[in-house]
Design a protein. Sequence first.
Length: 207
Amino acid sequence: MGSKLRIAIFASGQGSNFQAIADAVQHRKLDCSIELLVCDKPAAPVVERAHQSGVEAFVFQPKQYASRADYEAEILLELQKRSVDLIVLAGYMRIITNTLVEPYYGKMINIHPSLLPAFPGVAAMEQALEYGVKVTGVTVHFVDGGMDTGPIIAQQAVDIRPDETIETLAARIHAVEQELYPAVINQIANQQIKLTGRHVQIITNAN
């Protein structure tokens, strides 16, 4: 790639995945630049993480806008101003509409704490424990506007142990997320991911 992949990270909470990506960039394990954090909660810890990492933040309060489309239109302008190539959703707790999905289709990814299509939506780890599955995991997928329905890029399984609690499972899921997400972003930066319909091909011999 002639220039670094320019990414924007969307997050609403603690920002552990934001931190994992920022650390990978800082340690030159990830050849991209974080142009912007987008956050819908001014008091979220991820905002301070962005400040500490020298990343500009666009922080907004949805209730101050007439509609979701209105604040997404403003976000879109911020992304375009910075020539953002890829949107990385990292614990962003808002539904994304066509205002952002259409211009960024195939250029917006999300990470979800289950092996999709199992347990989409909120509380995926709790759903897995309640259902009694033996294996869950992490999925990175493109965003298509549905509830965790976009084309799957990568998955990694996590076994559920007999004495598992939500706390122990969450710790192991988050550890996988923090390794897998930067790795997928790196593949995108190196043009190793090809999207055709619902199918994603990983090109291992890309230059």
